[in-house]
Design a protein around this ligand. Sequence first.
Ligand code: T4K
Length: 420
Amino acid sequence: MNEKTHLEDLAILGGMPAFAETLHVGRPNIGDRDVLFARINDLLDRRWFTNNGPYVQQLEQRVADLIGAKHCIAMCNATIALEIAIRALGLKGEVLIPSFTFVATAHSLQWQGITPVFCDIDPISHTIDPEQVERAITSRTSGIMGVHVWGRPCNVEALAEICGRHGLKLLFDAAHAFCCTHRGRMIGTFGDAEVFSFHATKFFNTFEGGAIVTESDEVADKARLMRNFGFAGHDNVVQLGTNGKMNEVSAAMGLTSLESLDDFIAVNHRNYQQYRKQLQNIPGVRFLNYDENEKCNYQYIVLEIDEKAIEIKRDRLLQILWDENVMARRYFHPGCHMMEPYRSDPLYTAVKLPATEKLTRQILVLPTGTSVEEAHINAVCSIVRLAIAHGRELDARLQSAEASAVMRSAQGHVAISGDA
Ligand code: T4K
């Protein structure tokens, strides 16, 4: 793939796509294959595939040690882990959450008849705004679920203080924040419980997977029971439960990936610095920085495109990148409150979240991870820079091409109708 310097090079104007093979956001990182296959062979020999097997137990211990948390309960994915954490904490009624998050955060509540109450975010940190949270508390509120979006921590102190004052539970959706710190302390150790995602698209993955981490023996005990149908022993079901168990192949992947964690972070950090060098000084584009004094997984390369300051729309830029086979993403457009079932529910008609709605029109997430190389980043950045530098001309040319296409299709329609 080559860097692009002239408008005519762009695939959207007829040039060759920069990438023959599609470049994705969220390409999985893979540890040592031989070690993984050896582990899978072992579990096949053992014929112990799931139900709290030895690999799952090892993974839980290693994650708990890494985080410095008392308990880690591995799950089949983070969505089920959130649902179980919500029940184990006894949340009910209303729970305050951001709308600027992956829809699983909201669904995990709604799925079990709890009302997600959407609060706006702080436009700089992209995390839930404690002032909005405080204003949204009612007599039905039982808790707050903050989301450490992009692995950058919520304002945990302010949220904990509000929870303390109002007697609320504090849960964190830490899906993005494995191996990140806040003020030097590992994420996973805040609030009443936190939930990680180990989905394929996360920097550390178990194919599908997730975990609840907590300091509370009570929450951990409940979560373990709920993960396994409420079984407290053979034939002894002591409460309602579901199936949230992680299987042994996933745990084998997790144990193997843990051994390469530092390499994954080093590659992500290098990619992040390279992107930052090339994109941080473009007027109208805010490059999202990570605090170098904290540990971070650098899994998300995030741009905020200010459509008023540059003369090309975010969605146009997205379309240009897709035509180059760069599948950039606009997480978390359009915001949970604009998705079903929330959008059509009269409960949410009056919800106005200006900071969230503005941000969802601005975000562009670019590919990183161990499958992304220096030359890829140079090519992606050259496309972004070229499109932005010639925003007005590009937009005008594409608009006129689109208008001609509409005209041609309308004429074709008339001709066909005429034939008939
Ligand atoms: N809370 C938050 C804040 C979250 O971000 C998430 C998940 C959750 C909770 C729930 O966690 P889990 O229950 O999933 O453990 C993706 C992921 O599917 C989702 O896990 C993740 N957040 C979200 C941010 O991203 P989509 O809808 O973007 O998935 P999809 O299929 O479009 O894949 C994303 C990109 O990754 C594509 O460009 C292709 C690439 N990809 C994907 C897979 C699965 C690969 O290259 N290989 C793969 O195996 O949601």
